[in-house]
Write a protein that binds this ligand. Structure first.
Ligand code: PBG
Length: 333
């Protein structure tokens, strides 16, 4: 029972402040702003490329020149940063994912072009081998195993190359053990101590990545699944151990991924560590809202805004989302 003597109907009516818009605004416990978003962008080689992704209506694969336009749009909307992901066709993929270490690869060329045109936008790089391997895994595959330590050595080199190309935030999404510390050490030894690390700390083996695999060209490619390195959706305590490790190894911020099915994890991580905590509203979450909207089954814009405020309510400092520009436009009126 509530002990406060006034906390009782009819003296207390919780509906009272909900009666008008101005009052609902005053009583709102959380706010969204364009400054909360990191805009997830998929890259493709070429010029003037603006190619639809079937499973993600409204998201396009962009060539570097088109990504520059997106960066300008982000800046004018007040979205502080972009997260880039590269599409690679089958021919561009190898067992060792060597293209990851090419200083002139698609990611690096796009970063240089964006930084030249829009120097004040933040750029986040996904670190993992899955866009470049012919088996679609985030690490090296040896006799059915994704080998950890050898993969980490390559990820360190990949991070250094990306940082030199102009990325501000290195975001390892591979879930290898020990990679955050190794990347921090590698960056520091190259004089790149101001480059941030956002660790995909609690990243789950999720069906909600489905549309992303189409987006980057991994869909028909992936052999097996990623359950030997990504987390079991049944687990929650383990997420705290992952986050603790990554923070101890030098992560500036941590991420929970996917978003909506894992709001409990976001809240636990924020409460336990009080560290800058981000959430990735992944491709499948985007696709579900868009598909239901297209069928007339719900109002897509409202569902989008509701999902985004839910991340803030759960404790996230910001959201990596494909909706960033759309949501920012609504917020900017
Ligand atoms: C892989 C990676 C994935 C995503 C970002 N980086 C997919 C995966 O782990 O298979 C998912 C993004 C999304 O679904 O929007 N390194």
């Amino acid at each position: 029972m509530n002990k406060h003597p006034l906390a009782r109907y009819p003296a207390l009516r919780l509906r009272r402040p909900r009666q008008s818009g101005w009052s609902r605004r005053l009583f709102a416990e959380n706010q969204l702003s364009p400054g909360d978003f990191i805009w997830a962008i998929v890259l493709k080689d070429g010029k003037g490329v603006h190619e639809p992704i079937e499973a993600m209506p409204g998201v396009f694969r962009l060539s570097p020149d088109e990504a520059v336009k997106a960066a300008k749009e982000a800046r004018s909307l007040g979205v502080p940063a972009l997260a880039l992901f590269p599409y690679t066709d089958k021919q561009g993929r190898t067992p060792g994912g060597e293209e990851a270490l090419n200083p002139d690869n698609l990611m690096c060329r796009a970063a240089r072009a964006i930084k030249e045109a829009v120097p004040d936008i933040g750029l986040m790089a996904d670190v993992a081998l899955d866009p470049y391997t012919d088996h679609g895994h985030d690490g090296l595959l040896r006799e059915g195993e994704i080998v950890n330590d050898e993969t980490v050595e390559i990820l360190v080199q990949q991070s250094i190359i990306q940082a030199r190309a102009g990325f501000d935030i290195i975001a390892p999404s591979d879930m290898m053990d020990g990679r955050v510390g190794a990347i921090r050490g590698g960056l520091d030894s190259e004089g790149l101590q101001n480059i941030q690390i956002m660790a995909y700390a609690a990243k789950y083996a999720s069906a909600f990545y489905g549309p992303y695999r189409e987006a980057i060209g991994s869909a028909g490619v992936l052999q097996g699944d990623k359950r030997s390195y990504q987390m079991d959706p049944a687990n929650s305590d383990e997420a705290l151990r992952e986050v603790a490790l990554d923070l101890a190894e030098g992560a500036d911020s941590v991420m929970v991924k996917p978003g909506m099915p894992y709001l409990d994890i976001v809240r636990r991580v924020k409460d336990e560590f009080g560290a800058p905590t981000f959430v990735f509203q992944v491709s499948g979450e985007y696709a579900m809202i868009k598909a239901a909207d297209a069928s007339g089954w719900l109002d897509g814009d409202r569902a989008m805004m509701e999902a985004l405020i839910a991340f803030k309510r759960a404790g996230a400092n910001g959201v990596i989302t494909y909706f960033a520009a759309t949501a920012a436009k609504i917020l900017n009126g």
